[in-house]
Design a protein around this ligand. Sequence first.
Ligand SMILES: NC(=O)c1ccc[n+]([C@@H]2O[C@H](COP(=O)([O-])OP(=O)(O)OC[C@H]3O[C@@H](n4cnc5c(N)ncnc54)[C@H](OP(=O)(O)O)[C@@H]3O)[C@@H](O)[C@H]2O)c1
Ligand SMILES: *[C@@H]1O[C@H](CO)[C@@H](O)[C@H](O)[C@H]1NC(C)=O
Ligand SMILES: *[C@@H]1O[C@H](CO)[C@@H](O)[C@H](O)[C@H]1NC(C)=O
Length: 323
Amino acid sequence: MKPSKGLVLSLVPIFLALYRVAAKPKRSLKVPRTEERVLVVGASSGIGRSVARQYAERGARVCIVGRRESLLKEVEAECRAARSSAGFGGGSLSDIFGVTADFTNVDDMVEVRNVIETAWGGLDTHVIAAGVSALQPLMAVAGVEVERGVTLKDASAQGIQNTTDIALAAIKGNYIGPLIAAVTFVPMLTNTSKAPSIVLVNSLASIIPAPTRTLYASTKASSLVLYQALSIEHPAIKFTFFMPSTVEGDFRASAVDSGPVREKDPNAHGLKREDVARRCIQAADNGEKAVFMPETMRYAHLLYWIAPSFIERMASRKYNFSI
Ligand SMILES: NC(=O)c1ccc[n+]([C@@H]2O[C@H](COP(=O)([O-])OP(=O)(O)OC[C@H]3O[C@@H](n4cnc5c(N)ncnc54)[C@H](OP(=O)(O)O)[C@@H]3O)[C@@H](O)[C@H]2O)c1
Ligand SMILES: *[C@@H]1O[C@H](CO)[C@@H](O)[C@H](O)[C@H]1NC(C)=O
Ligand SMILES: *[C@@H]1O[C@H](CO)[C@@H](O)[C@H](O)[C@H]1NC(C)=O
């Protein structure tokens, strides 16, 4: 008798879990934790800030990057304090330092590379946590109101232009930034680390479409696929694609379309950024490729292809969207 497809499918999660247990973390043998050289782009707030502090706490060398200099100073102090209270000493100037830079700017990122080259002579772990949000339905960005029973009016030329400008800002923050980060650091990582790792903090929105997330999800998805393909071109580097659902914090304040937040308060219902950061670091340690948070969302992704309307209903509910 042939095993049923259902049975085979239901075994998939079990095999994945076994595989993860069997795959022992070996990276720390090649790159000892206290010698690990870590670059966190998007470290002035949110997930990146927690990732930077947690790396510092276990004695790693950490370079923190973001545009807001005053916040970087705070994070630097936070990292030193964490390092010191964990018993590694406060760290020298070259152990923990910030570089004010915009990751969508080539000169800025070349400068970050120069500083790292001088301080450490190389890099082991590159965490890309920077990104921008966008929160409105696409036609709302174009100035067209969509309501049940109301005939749609045409988008004006200005409305279409506005949509284009906002899309470009999203592309810059969610695609060009990660692109520049990769092109700038792939050679250095490959050349100078015994176990190079790149962690792209992406989003569940990249693989489960949601209303009000047209521009956000499509631009995050473009950098996800960029990195997925890049990882095949560079097998010497372990890539981690990190896909969390809603996380607490101020991410929505960065919305390129200055849209309203429609879902339940992320600070009350979102994942805790410290947990997200911990999972990120664990994934880099273990060389895990695709990481979902919560883990069950891996299967929501599959379910989308089997029963799209079910997932679409859930997504509409989450974002309080009805038409
Ligand atoms: N929050 C969520 O619900 C959620 C859910 C899933 C995925 N994510 C993803 O997680 C990542 C981090 O989000 P978060 O919640 O931690 O948001 P956040 O608090 O707004 O952090 C974003 C970080 O990126 C930096 N950044 C943005 N644009 C930059 C640029 N052009 N150059 C350099 N740094 C830049 C910001 O610093 P500066 O402004 O100082 O430059 C900030 O440090 C994002 O990529 C997001 O897509 C978030
Ligand atoms: C386009 O953007 C401008 C500036 O943000 C705004 O004042 C205007 O109302 C927008 N127009 C449309 C049609 O969306
Ligand atoms: C990598 O190593 C090669 C050979 O040692 C050297 O020619 C090249 O400049 C190095 N590149 C980087 C980015 O360090």
